[in-house]
Design a protein around this ligand. Structure first.
Ligand SMILES: [Zn+2]
Length: 814
């Protein structure tokens, strides 16, 4: 580093020396040819150094054992200088190469640092904000995207990547710091050193050469140039200064004097003066030659001194920079290691967790996947076997196989049941490990075929995902794509069909070969919307579900919308099909895993299992078997009959229509406290005696068992509830039908007044009308009657709410 200073010093010295030379020559001319001692002329001119006290003197035996001054002009010195200069030039090349490559490294290193930083940013799940701003994204949108990214990567993995990103960030920082430091040592000072040295040396060299040449030229000409010596030297000197001119003249005179020696002796007096003048001029001139020789020696010495000093400074320079670079490298690695080490506790933690999860994955999850897959394969396999059997049977029938012909079912319903057409989705879902929770508020959802009302429409029926929540029925607008959970594009909006409270379901009977499972949503303001369910099960779920939701809203209102009932009969503000632009994206649906032991899997393939409420538990404990077939653990309730039935019987109940039986699932539907209370007060044990009171009087009837087929159940349930075949009508002999209704309606009214649900059930079963008005009590209906029952004081039970609920379920009107 200090080389530059030295350089300056050196250059200064060189300049000073030059000035000295100049002064010396000036002085000599000013002194105007001081007469030197004549004996000097006799001294050997080859060794001028030996005669002056300022130069190192050689001893007298030097001639015999000469110790040569190295900087004296000699081939050795020249060769040394050439070698050193060549070596310096090689050094410069080497240094330049290092510098160039250092610069290349630092440039690519800067790129790498930037790349590392970008990688770090990606690992930390950052967003390229600059680009995003160019794309016109707001900071909120960027935040949302980042949050979505983090979620997609997963919390723990995002944490791990964050660690990695931080480490990379630090590495990039240290990397850049290291490269900057290396660039300032290897890149800058090396080059500066080598370049300036070479320049200085070349100046010194040319100075030394010039001085040597000048000295040699003068001296050589003095030695052997008697004729042209003075002229040429004089010319050369005259070219520079006036003093040089005088010097040249002195030589000339001296030569002339010597040349005309014989003639001069003729006049000894004159010649003595002239000779002395010439001699003194010669002395002066020779001193000038010696000055030049001395100067040349000085310059050569300076050159050599510099050349040798370069070697030392080269060593300092290289050592300093190389060691500092090594330090930087070592620092860089140390800092990287520290940065990574700091992370290692949390990394270790994540690693251990991951190892555990990996084991768990291999030991539990993968086998259950395999189990599920095997179950599905088995299911497909058994269906395939049945398909083969069916085609064989078909072939046999075509060949006239009487047995097969006999065995072949002929009714479509029976065939569908035989092949279990409608059960397949349930059967497949039953073994599933994964279930989906419905979105909050959703009561029913699923595919329905929507009949196109437009004549221009290409397709008569469009498959749409329908949803019913507490308030309304919607379907997702797909525009050609029926996948319901696409995040963008399709399903950008949902279309509201109608408010639950304003719509009626009209069941459409099958006419000839027309479509089955069709129903219409009838609203006050729009054309009826015709829908087709993909099977009887879905059909019932939708028809009953919509009806019950509507009734529920009518009777109970909605705690969230207390004024809704006031809208009755009024056209809703958002009438008909309203596109809700705010519904831009479906909230993500979480897949829920069900444990193998969960009983819900078997019983509720259709929907999300709900945790059994205490009320549901109580109802099920009170009614351990199906009211109609005796199957254990029935979980379907008939709200208007006040009984529990099994899933098989519930199907039959449903088929009778809601005026006979309103069926709800205890597990899939939500049962209100009042509805639950009705079943608690009634129940199979109290209701069956009413409906089966006259069974003993009938012949040929036997109650079905849990193994009964559908036909058996249907016959029994229809006879019992629809045709009322097993009821007893005591004390009705001779009464007309109107009189009977009057009698049991009055009985119902009385039961309502007492809030006696069992009595009310008996009266209703036998034809009592909940709309009957009592002329003796101001034309009140049973509903009015029970509503007037005062809340008793103390602990006495009060069932007015259950009574009202029961009447409403049986068609009572407010
Ligand atoms: Zn049953």
């Amino acid at each position: 580093m200090s080389s530059t200073d030295e350089q300056v010093q050196e250059t200064k010295e060189v300049k000073e020396t030059e000035e000295t030379v100049e002064n010396a020559s000036n002085n000599s001319s000013d002194d105007n040819f001081d007469l030197g001692e004549p004996h000097l002329l006799n001294d050997s001119p080859e060794e001028p150094s030996t005669t002056t006290s300022t130069l190192p003197t050689t001893t007298s035996d030097a001639a015999w054992n000469p110790r040569h001054n190295f900087t004296a002009d000699s081939p050795y010195f020249k060769s040394f200088c050439d070698h050193e200069i060549q070596s310096l030039s090689l050094l410069t090349d080497a240094m330049r190469e290092i510098t160039t490559r250092t610069k290349t490294l630092c440039q690519t290193g800067a790129l790498m640092g930037e790349a590392t930083r970008r990688l770090a940013s990606s690992c930390r799940l950052r967003w390229d904000e600059e680009q995003s701003r160019e794309d016109g994204m707001t900071p909120e949108e960027i935040d949302q995207l980042v949050a979505a990214r983090r979620k997609a990567v997963g919390g723990e993995m995002a944490e791990l990547l964050e660690h990695l990103g931080k480490a990379l960030d630090e590495v990039a920082f240290y990397q850049i710091a290291m490269l900057q430091s290396i660039e300032s040592t290897l890149g800058m000072s090396f080059e500066a050193f080598a370049a300036s040295e070479l320049k200085t040396v070349s100046i010194l060299k040319s100075d030394a050469d010039e001085a040597t040449e000048a000295a040699e030229l003068q001296f050589g000409k003095y030695l052997n140039g008697k004729n042209n010596f003075s002229e040429s030297f004089g010319e050369k000197a005259a070219g520079k200064t006036a003093a040089g001119e005088r010097l040249g003249k002195a030589f000339k005179n001296w030569n002339l004097g010597r040349g005309g020696h014989d003639a001069a002796t003729s006049n000894p007096g004159d010649s003595r003066i002239e000779k002395a003048m010439e001699a003194s001029n010669l002395v002066s001139s020779l001193e000038q030659v010696r000055v030049l020789q001395g100067m040349a020696e000085l310059r050569r010495f300076q050159l050599m001194k510099h050349l040798i000093s370069i070697k030392h400074r080269r060593n300092f320079e290289v050592a300093e920079n190389a060691i500092s670079t090594l330090h930087e490298i070592s620092n860089y690695h140390g800092r990287c290691k520290t940065a990574v080490d700091a992370l290692s506790p949390s990394i270790k933690e994540i690693q251990e967790r991951q190892n555990k999860l990996r084991e768990e994955h291999a030991s539990t999850i993968v086998p259950t996947w395999q189990g599920r897959e095997t179950a599905l394969r088995d299911a497909v396999h058994s269906i395939r076997i049945k398909a083969t059997e069916a085609s064989k049977a078909a072939a046999a029938i075509a060949d006239g196989d009487a047995k097969e012909i006999e065995r072949q079912l002929l009714k479509v319903d029976d065939i569908e049941e035989q092949v279990q057409l409608w059960n397949l989705p349930h059967a497949l879902a039953a073994t599933s490990r994964y279930q989906r929770d419905t979105m909050p508020g959703v009561k029913i959802e699923g595919w329905l075929y929507k009949k196109n009302t437009s004549l221009m429409a290409l397709q008569a029926w469009q498959r749409r995902w329908f949803v019913m929540d507490n308030d309304a029925i919607y379907y997702f607008s797909a525009d050609g794509d029926d996948r319901p959970y696409r995040r963008k594009g399709a399903y950008s909006s949902r279309v509201k069909v109608c408010d639950v409270v304003l719509c009626t379901v009209r069941e459409l009977p099958v006419e000839g070969q027309g479509p089955r499972f069709c129903f219409q949503l009838v609203t006050p303001s729009e054309k009826p919307l015709t829908l087709q369910a993909p099977g009887p099960i879905d059909y019932k779920i939708w028809v009953d579900g919509i009806r019950s939701a509507m009734e529920h809203r009518l009777y109970h209102g909605d705690p969230n919308a207390p004024h809704l009932n006031q809208n009755l009969g009024r056209k809703p503000i958002n009438s008909g099909n309203t596109r809700e632009s705010s519904f831009s994206e479906l909230p993500p649906t979480e897949v829920r895993e069900v444990s193998d032991t969960s009983p819900e899997m078997e019983t509720n393939p259709l929907g999300p299992p709900q945790n059994a409420s205490p009320l549901v538990e109580k109802i099920m404990n009170l009614n351990p078997t199906c009211a109609d077939c005796g199957m254990a653990s029935p979980d379907w309730a008939s709200l208007n009959l006040g009984i529990l039935v099994c899933i098989e019987c519930s199907g039959v109940h449903r088929s009778l229509g809601i005026h006979v039986s309103r069926v709800r699932s205890l597990k899939l539907d939500s049962i209100s406290l009042a509805e639950g209370g009705v079943i608690c007060l009634l129940g199979n044990d109290k209701v069956n005696p009413i409906w089966e009171e006259g069974l003993a009087a009938q012949t040929g009837w036997q109650k079905p068992t849990e193994n009964a087929d559908r036909k058996g159940r249907e016959a029994w349930i229809k006879s019992k509830y629809q045709w009322k075949g097993f009821l007893q009508y005591e004390g009705c002999e001779g009464l007309t039908d109107e009189e009977k209704v009057e009698k049991y309606s009055k009985a119902l009214y009385d039961a309502a007044k007492k809030c006696d649900l069992v009595a009310a059930a008996g009266s209703l079963a036998r034809g009592g009308s909940p709309d009957w008005t009592n002329p003796d009590e101001g034309g009140r209906t049973p509903l009015h009657a029970c509503a007037l029952v005062p809340v008793p004081e103390g602990d006495e039970e009060w069932h007015a709410i259950e009574m009202a609920e029961f009447l409403l379920q049986n068609g009572g009107k407010l």
